[in-house]
Design a binder for this molecule. Structure first.
Ligand SMILES: Cc1cc2nc3c(=O)[nH]c(=O)nc-3n(C[C@H](O)[C@H](O)[C@H](O)COP(=O)(O)OP(=O)(O)OC[C@H]3O[C@@H](n4cnc5c(N)ncnc54)[C@H](O)[C@@H]3O)c2cc1C
Length: 347
């Protein structure tokens, strides 16, 4: 089999890159072994403002301009709803936070996204005596449906191999060869799975494990995402996603009692109605020390590339960096120094 690209990994990074390949009539085959599940468990929120400090997300507008049309195309292709527009309301913990919000909402860029009005909480089951601030143009991508339905489609088209990619079996030359597949290029998009990749495992990727609960709370009736030191995200049918934790040592996908207790402790600080924990999930976010993605070409192998380090905001940044990589490979557009893996000395 002869293809333009082999893609290893089909999370947000791989999915985004494959969308560009499809749009440009490039042939490809994907390998995915489901060993990582960051995309699968993600809350899926997109929001161009960092709500801890009220500062803009790096290239937030550019990212959304590329990401949202991509998800719209995917919705059409997959005949499934993916993009749920929903406001995010930031709970204030003090008058100082309210003042910081006023100051931020007056700043260029942020004034497009932060509504200066302080909203009085009217939900009896939410504790928010200092009120709430509304972020505009936010939403949620249903990453579970995205992964499930796009995998199914690729399988039908014989473009997905549900198996581990065995690095030792890759032959490198003018083209790359993997068993009976010959490809012009190979792109590695394995998320935290990159740690097993001998070509790129010296990149400074750090795990950041996250866990989420799904709760049912029939009395809550929340129609926005509540953001305090956790988020409570409505999923419909009285279900809510509650997340997430950050754990820097454990790099497994296993759920823990510690995370459940932490999330429930934080939940009870803002929620005062009965709820039931229905589910708990965990995944490892692929994060980088300088909080920028890892994109670029292998130091010595001319047809081998990496697309990784999407960190805590893969929904927005995935499509953006996939496009940067595609234009670099196919259109010789130089990579932004901030995302290029050349910024690290890989020895
Ligand atoms: C709890 C939690 C909540 C999150 N919430 C949000 C959120 O609300 N909004 C947001 O934007 N982001 C969120 N994120 C972050 C987001 O999930 C990530 O940025 C993103 O999913 C990373 O995508 P990826 O494709 O790089 O990696 P992954 O999703 O990990 O995908 C990598 C894929 O490669 C495959 N793979 C790895 N090695 C191999 C191999 N050798 N052979 C074959 N296949 C292989 C894996 O099985 C996997 O399918 C959250 C993450 C977590 C854990």
């Amino acid at each position: 089999m002869q293809v333009d690209y082999i893609i290893v990994g089909y999370g947000l990074a791989g999915i985004s890159f494959c969308e560009l390949l499809k749009a440009n009539n490039k042939s490809f085959i994907v390998f995915d072994n489901q060993s990582q599940q960051s995309t699968l468990v993600a809350g899926g929120l997109y929001n161009p403002v960092i709500l801890k400090r009220f500062t803009p997300v790096w290239k937030g507008i550019e990212q959304l301009e590329i990401a949202l049309p991509m998800y719209k195309i995917l919705e059409e292709q997959l005949e499934n709803k993916l993009d749920y527009k929903i406001p995010v309301l930031r709970r204030f913990a003090s008058t100082e936070e309210q003042n910081n919000w006023f100051i931020a909402s007056d700043k260029p860029f942020l004034n497009k996204y932060l509504d200066p009005k302080i909203i009085k909480n009217s939900n009896p089951y939410i504790d928010a005596s200092f009120g709430l601030g509304k972020v505009l143009n936010t939403g949620r991508i249903d990453t579970q449906v995205l992964v499930g339905s796009s995998r199914e489609k690729l399988l039908k088209e014989n473009k997905l191999v549900e198996d581990e990619f065995y690095y030792d079996n890759l032959k490198i030359g003018e083209a790359v060869e993997y068993f009976d597949i010959v490809a012009n290029n190979i792109v590695f998009a394995e998320g935290y799975g990159i740690k097993k990749n001998p070509f790129f495992n010296t990149l400074p990727l750090k795990q950041s494990k996250g866990e989420l609960l799904t709760i049912s709370a029939p009395e809550l009736h929340l129609d926005y995402v509540l953001k305090s030191d956790i988020f409570i995200l409505p999923l419909g049918n009285d279900l809510y996603s509650v997340g997430s934790t950050y754990e820097w040592e454990d790099d497994t996908n296993k759920i823990t009692q510690k995370a459940r207790e932490e999330l429930e402790f934080k939940l009870r600080k803002v929620l005062n109605c009965p709820y039931k924990v229905e589910n708990q999930v965990a995944g490892v976010r692929p994060t980088v020390i300088d909080r920028r993605p890892l994109v670029g070409k292998h130091q010595t192998i001319h047809n081998m590339y990496v697309l990784n380090g999407l960190g805590t905001r893969g929904v927005m940044i995935g499509p953006y960096v996939a496009k940067e990589l595609y234009n670099y490979i196919e259109n010789n557009k130089p990579l932004d120094k901030e995302i290029n893996i050349e910024r690290f000395n890989l020895g």
